[in-house]
Design a protein around this ligand. Structure first.
Ligand code: ATP
Ligand code: FE
Length: 355
């Protein structure tokens, strides 16, 4: 099975080709065109600019992906595309392109949920079997997913406000450090003393696996203003200590909630227990090490796919397309773009209660 995938739900335009031979998947190509520079001046992704850029770039991304893979349209079995959730203009650009390819080349069309793309990636990279636990942790998301099947996801819990990546970015901004904030805050944190400032550990006292990060942002702002009021400005050491305190709080919260999510997951007695992370924040070494330890303490295998496959890309969409294709799941030209599309349509009231 050979499938072309398209992704355009946020600020990356991407196309990729994945082939499955027997049980062995291979990424034949993965082209990602970022838009960071287009949005830099606005301090965030501007939906209209993103949509236009996707529409302009998607064709060349597809051509590049096909030529990198050394395949022609005639070699494909289907075209898969992110149909949501995301910025609607961008999603539409990808869906229209995929429909055009599907109609012109007579290929089946497969709509993929972007979050399912992230969540199924460990099966592409490591052949994980169901059920496994997934923590999706990025600039836009933070949620624990119990992945039981290609279409069977249970959201155990997640952030009730900001995503951690957003909090890292905001922290960098408040301290005058370069964007994206994650890497710059991580680098400063390594030089700092985390104990100097007291940051809260939001929601740790509450049951369940929900998280909150907006309070950390406020705490950072207060701590910064406290230092500025006292000394008239920030030294490099102040910045490093603030970063270290902030990061330590994120690490504590993520590991405590991961421990609870793992306990819920282990209640299902999975045969080969595994805990995978995805998303840009999974690049953080302190976070990774903490999560790995929480998993190891419970005898659970820990996986963090390579960063290029953890952040937005189209190989994961092509792979999700293959997963759906082999189950006989297809869409047609009536496929619509969905700005909102929760993975988990069922609620899971029993999960999280009392833990
Ligand atoms: P999504 O894909 O969920 O829509 P996104 O495109 O913002 O959101 P990613 O590209 O997966 O997410 O990740 C980007 C985020 O990851 C940024 O907020 C960035 O600060 C954060 N990040 C990157 N590296 C690190 C790091 N070393 N430590 C912490 N955060 C990091
Ligand atoms: Fe994403």
């Amino acid at each position: 099975i050979t499938i072309l995938g398209l992704e355009s739900s946020c600020d990356d335009t991407a196309a990729g080709v994945v082939r499955l031979v027997g049980n062995q998947p291979e990424i034949l190509s993965s082209v990602v065109e970022g838009q960071t520079d287009l949005h830099a001046a606005f301090g965030g992704v501007v939906p209209e600019i993103a949509a236009r850029a996707h529409a302009e770039k998607i064709d060349t991304c597809v051509e590049q992906a096909l030529s990198d893979a050394g395949v022609a349209l005639a070699d494909l079995d289907a075209v898969a595309v992110t149909a949501g959730p995301g910025l609607i203009g961008g999603v539409l650009a990808g869906v229209m392109c995929a429909k055009a390819i599907s109609a012109a080349a007579g290929l089946p069309l497969i709509g993929v949920n972007h979050l399912a793309g992230h969540a199924l990636t460990p099966r592409l990279t490591d052949g994980l079997s169901f059920p496994y636990l997934m923590l999706l942790v990025s600039g836009g998301h933070c949620q624990f997913l119990l992945v039981r099947g290609v279409e069977d996801f249970t959201r155990l819990g997640g952030t009730i406000d900001d995503a951690p990546g957003e909090a890292f970015d905001k922290t960098a901004k408040l301290l005058g450090l370069p964007q994206p904030g994650g890497p710059s805050v991580e680098a400063r944190a390594a030089e700092g003393k985390s104990a100097r400032f007291a940051f809260p550990r939001p929601l740790l006292d509450r049951p369940g696996v929900d998280l909150s990060f907006s309070g950390l942002k406020t705490a950072l702002l207060r701590a910064r203003d406290g230092v500025v009021a006292e000394k008239g400005g920030l030294t490099e050491q102040d910045r490093a200590d603030l970063c270290a305190g902030f990061q330590a709080a994120v690490v504590d919260v993520l590991s405590a909630k991961s421990a609870r999510a793992l306990d819920l997951y282990l209640d299902e007695a999975p045969a080969q227990p595994a805990f995978a992370v995805a998303g840009g924040v999974a690049a953080n070494r302190a976070i990774r090490a903490a999560l790995e330890q929480v998993a190891a303490e419970r005898g659970v295998r820990f996986l963090a796919p390579p960063l290029s496959l953890c952040t937005d890309n189209a190989a994961m969409i092509a792979w999700a397309g293959i997963e759906r294709f082999r189950l006989g799941l297809r869409d047609d030209l009536s496929l619509s773009a969905r700005p909102r599309w929760p993975l988990d349509r069922r609620s899971a009231p029993m999960l999280g209660a009392g833990k």
